[in-house]
Ligand binder design. Structure first.
Ligand SMILES: [Zn+2]
Length: 191
């Protein structure tokens, strides 16, 4: 910390004290250049990120929900746990950034982030997730998606379906989790 008297950047902590039941810490510091003593406070800046669901309700961001959805999609695929963990962390960080300044983000956006990440790491996992997420109702839709992928682009700009499925998109985040929670196979397992 910059010394308020001489602007030196080196100091030592003389004493630390926890305040308000551990929510903040007060530190007494001494400048190593001029010896001036000053106090700093440290507290957690981040507010809880809230997820806005399709019904407008908000719930705290739950990393384990994202994890269950992804875990299910990559099941039996050659993808290491460290890759899965990294992807989840990237989604969590991206969600936290996108959620600023109000610390809230639509569930739909989290679903889209999961899709983007899966698309990057494994096309089969992507297709599994997308088929639940986008709620393909016909074989044709499914084939279209696979063809689009083969051509090397995501069908994210498919505005026709985009609009109509927006509400369903919200729910995948939920659906994938509840499937996993119940130990059921998502319908996409038939692929
Ligand atoms: Zn100083």
């Amino acid at each position: 910390m910059r010394c308020p008297r001489c602007s030196g950047l080196d100091d030592k902590v003389i004493e630390s004290r926890s305040l308000a039941a551990g929510e903040s810490i007060r530190r007494r510091r001494q400048c190593l250049h001029c010896g001036y003593r000053f106090t700093s406070y440290e507290r957690i800046e981040e507010k809880q990120l809230m997820v806005i669901k399709s019904n407008g309700r908000r719930e705290p961001f739950d990393r384990s929900k994202v994890q269950r959805g992804i875990q299910r999609a990559v099941e039996k695929r050659p993808i290491g746990q460290s890759t899965v963990d990294l992807v989840i962390s990237e989604i969590e960080d991206e969600a936290a950034m996108k959620g600023l300044p109000h610390h809230e983000i639509p569930a739909r956006e989290i679903g889209e982030m999961i899709l983007s990440q899966l698309y990057r790491i494994d096309r089969v996992a992507y297709i599994r997730f997308a088929s639940v997420y986008r709620n393909f109702s016909t074989v044709e839709e499914f084939v279209n998606e696979i063809e689009t992928i083969s051509e090397g682009k995501q069908s994210r700009s498919d505005s026709h379906r985009e609009k109509e499925s927006e509400d369903r998109q919200y729910e995948l985040y939920e659906d994938m989790s509840s499937l996993a929670a119940e130990g059921l196979e998502p319908p996409t397992e038939r692929i």
